[in-house]
Design a protein around this ligand. Structure first.
Ligand SMILES: [Fe+2]
Ligand SMILES: [Fe+2]
Ligand SMILES: [Fe+2]
Ligand SMILES: [Fe+2]
Length: 402
């Protein structure tokens, strides 16, 4: 976030690029695909978009959609693993489209994510024909197809020729003429064999970081998108991030913070567990007690939250969100910070996280009452784990509402 005059400006694609690390981990976890799928699709789309002479705002929208094209994937697990392949294709498109409904793109990007698996001959999941499929959806589709079917990092020139042969066969069936032609012109062999580091740098340098003013409701939509993606990876805690975000903003109201601060606290709450996207779902959703090594692995989510949020360059939100498992006596994780290193908001976010976790259902426990949760938190405060004044303040604020 950067301050420009009186307003808070954000570069949405910059945020997305950092977040795409987490999204790519989800894809890797579910489908054992190569890492960097979202980034690679974005890179291919960027080159194709330049070929079509899109302007900077259009390129920004295209790359934003490309990074987010599989944002509905976490829904897969929510639907259960028995979902048929075809049905799943539709679901992740529908959920992905719905999730970005309120995101402030420059131009209308309706149906781009919804139709990113459509074939131009109408044989795709929604049976749309060429005229009904937006260009950006067609570009994402070809980029996705290439990255899923070929190992681009490690490709010989002969294998590259095979892609071209295959693309000729798929002309006017899977992909339109103009998209195949654009691919042939823009994605030459030397452009396609880019490695992960080069890819990351290329995107950072060429992604057109356009800083925009966001209204409060647009910011909320962005927070909610991230929170929904994070929460849907863990069906048992499907409202956890949003719950922490809303608890934090209630507390901001109680402390009479201004609107910008309230929004920042909401953002921190929505993002605090973003690192969970990196954790294998077998561990995240294990119905039994975690082993010691699994528990240690699970704890790394807080470090990944720190890493992802640092990459997003979110200023103080980085530590407000990612220190939520730190304890005043230094016994917390990932950094073992002590009281003097934890500011008031760090402490507040930790309390909101604990309160939310106690008052929500988990597979191994029912939701606790407000009174019982405060009792537990008071004993933690006595043990110098969390801030006693904040616990009392939360008692005042949520005692009335719950
Ligand atoms: Fe997809
Ligand atoms: Fe994909
Ligand atoms: Fe956490
Ligand atoms: Fe949490």
């Amino acid at each position: 976030m950067c301050k420009g005059g009186d307003s808070v400006k954000l570069c949405f694609n910059h945020l997305l690029l950092a977040f795409s690390y987490a999204l790519d981990c989800v894809e890797k976890d579910y489908f054992k695909t190569t890492s960097y799928h979202g980034k690679r699709v974005s890179y291919i789309c960027l080159l194709l978009g330049e070929h079509f002479a899109l302007n900077n705002q259009q390129l920004s929208d295209l790359v934003g959609c490309a990074i987010l094209h599989d944002n509905g994937l976490t829904e897969y697990y929510k639907q259960g693993d028995n979902t048929q392949e075809a049905e799943f294709l539709k679901i992740h498109c529908e959920v992905g489209e719905e999730n970005i409904d309120y995101i402030p793109f420059f131009e209308d990007v309706h149906n781009v994510i919804l139709y990113h698996h459509e074939a131009v001959d109408g044989s795709g999941p929604f049976h749309k024909m060429i005229d009904e499929i937006p260009l950006y959806a067609q570009l994402i589709h070809i980029a996705d197809w290439i990255d899923v079917n070929y190992n681009l990092q490690d490709m010989s020139e002969k294998e590259y020729q095979n892609i071209l042969l295959e693309l000729h066969k798929l002309r006017n069936k899977e992909f339109s003429d103009k998209v195949v032609d654009a691919y042939l012109a823009a994605l030459t062999y030397d452009k396609i064999i880019i490695n992960n580091d080069q890819l990351e740098n290329y995107l950072r340098e060429n992604i057109h970081n356009i800083y925009q003013d966001f209204t409060d409701s647009q910011m909320l939509a962005i927070c909610q998108l991230f929170a929904r993606i994070i929460d849907s990876k863990s069906p048992h805690t499907r409202t956890h991030s949003i719950g922490v975000a809303s608890k934090a903003s209630y507390m901001a109201l109680y402390y009479e913070y201004d609107e910008e601060m309230m929004l920042k606290l909401f953002f921190a709450g929505a993002m605090h567990d973003v690192g969970k996207l990196v954790i294998d779902r077998d561990v995240l959703e294990k119905p039994a007690q975690l082993t010691d090594s699994e528990y240690t692995y699970m704890q790394t989510h807080a470090y990944y939250s720190y890493k992802i949020l640092s990459d997003m360059q979110l200023g103080e939100i980085v530590h407000w969100a990612s220190y939520h498992h730190e304890k005043l006596d230094g016994s917390g994780y990932p950094f073992g910070k002590k009281a003097e290193e934890l500011d008031f908001i760090d402490r507040l976010m930790a309390c909101c996280d604990i309160y939310q976790a106690l008052t929500e259902d988990r597979p191994y426990k029912d939701a606790m009452s407000h009174e019982k949760s405060i009792e537990i938190m008071r004993s933690m405060a006595v043990g110098n784990k969390i801030d006693s004044q904040i616990v009392e303040d939360m008692n005042k604020v949520f005692g009335k509402t719950s």
